[in-house]
Design a protein around this ligand. Structure first.
Ligand SMILES: [Zn+2]
Length: 72
């Protein structure tokens, strides 16, 4: 399952680190962040519930940039 989310992040460097952090999050198969569009695409593992995975993704991303936001 793939979903797309609007995000808030202040620089391309943090966006790249957030993409890596998202990919390492349990339940995430793949992730892509488009900094120019401020969009994040997440592909979830089979059977993973986005409602459970996305809070973990946000937590991981906030370790990169503590005031970033993902609208899910
Ligand atoms: Zn930054």
């Amino acid at each position: 399952m793939k979903k797309s989310y609007k995000i808030e992040v202040d620089c391309a460097n943090c966006a790249a680190k957030m993409e890596d952090a998202t990919k390492k999050t349990a339940g995430v198969k793949d992730a892509n962040i488009n900094f120019m569009a401020l969009k994040m695409k997440v592909e979830f593992e089979e059977g993973a519930d986005p409602k459970e995975v996305m809070p973990r993704v946000l937590e991981a991303c906030r370790k990169v940039e503590d005031d970033c936001e993902i609208f899910f």
